[in-house]
Design a binder for this molecule. Structure first.
Ligand code: NDP
Ligand code: 8X3
Length: 253
């Protein structure tokens, strides 16, 4: 397996949820981690908690020049990024497509699609040059199974999936691995963001079931990243045991 202590990792969206747990998991194993997000105070707190192996950088992934500058301006010990977890993303709303606010759709597309490809595009040339790399895209079961109210969020995650698979084809022969992680329900700030701060609605999503934790997702990614370099997990779908599939819906007039 790959020695995690040799890895330099970039995690977008490290201020909460998966990104925070992923940063902690890699630091615990001795990797160097650059964690990004818009909330600087949370990055400062993580720097204090995790010490010299963690570097926090304020970044809005929608800003391509800032993303490119981040990659080129890293201190030497963090600069040779060989694992990128393009995790920053969000859902906004769960309403039907004919009613929701189109501004929310644009924010999701700008973040989950444009911001996501900004991160990947800015990272790939260095990895290809160094002949070693691994990119993780945070897809979702929402990119595989349609559900009411998923509309644009689901569309962005289907994009992440197909982009990861197609980019994997581009990376053939370059020793750069690409993995699309597709989690089901995980209790993070995800639903709080989706329901715009409504704590009751957010808590209801996970009420009475055993959801997965951000640590479960972090462990999954850590496992994929530390497999021997000749092994590429293309897609990994992971759900809580208490979540499964449903039948087709039928409208009877
Ligand atoms: P959280 O809301 O807990 O974390 C989201 C992270 O994304 C935060 O760190 C936030 O940082 C960051 N982020 C959001 N917008 C931007 C932006 N414009 N620029 C930079 N960073 C941004 O949610 P999760 O940890 O659950 O979600 C992480 C990823 O996993 C998302 O892509 C989500 O779609 C996906 N996912 C989540 C699932 C779940 O059930 N929780 C299941 C499947 C996939 P900040 O606000 O500080 O910028
Ligand atoms: C988040 C998982 O099922 O809430 O991507 O869409 S779900």
């Amino acid at each position: 397996t790959l020695d995690p202590a040799t890895l330099s990792v970039l995690v977008t969206g490290a201020t909460s949820g998966f990104g925070e747990a992923i940063s902690k998991r890699f630091v615990k194993a001795g990797a160097r981690v650059v964690g990004t997000g818009r909330r600087k105070e949370r990055l400062d707190k993580l720097e204090q908690e995790l010490g010299d192996l963690f570097l926090g950088r304020e970044l809005d992934v929608r800003d391509l020049p800032a993303t490119e500058a981040l990659l080129t301006d890293l201190p030497e010990e963090f600069a040779a990024v060989d694992v990128v977890v393009a995790n920053a993303g969000l859902a906004l709303g769960l309403g039907p497509a004919d009613e929701v606010d189109i501004a929310d759709w644009h924010t999701m597309i700008d973040t989950n699609v444009t911001g996501f490809v900004n991160t990947v595009r800015a990272s790939l040339p260095g990895m290809v040059k160094r002949g070693r790399g691994h990119v993780f895209g945070l897809g979702s079961v929402a990119g595989d199974y349609p559900y009411p109210g998923g509309n644009v969020y689901a569309g962005t995650k289907a994009f992440v999936k197909q982009f990861c698979l197609a980019t994997r084809a581009d990376m053939l022969g370059k020793n750069v691995r690409i993995t699309n992680i597709e989690p089901g329900m995980v209790e993070t700030e995800f639903s709080l963001v989706r329901f715009k701060g409504d704590e009751g609605k957010a808590e209801n999503v996970y009420a009475g079931m055993r959801g997965m934790s951000a640590d479960d997702v972090a462990e999954t990614i850590f496992w994929c990243a530390t497999l021997p370099q000749h092994v590429n997990i293309n897609r990994l779908q992971v759900m809580p045991t208490d979540q499964a599939f449903s039948a087709f819906a039928v409208h009877r007039g």
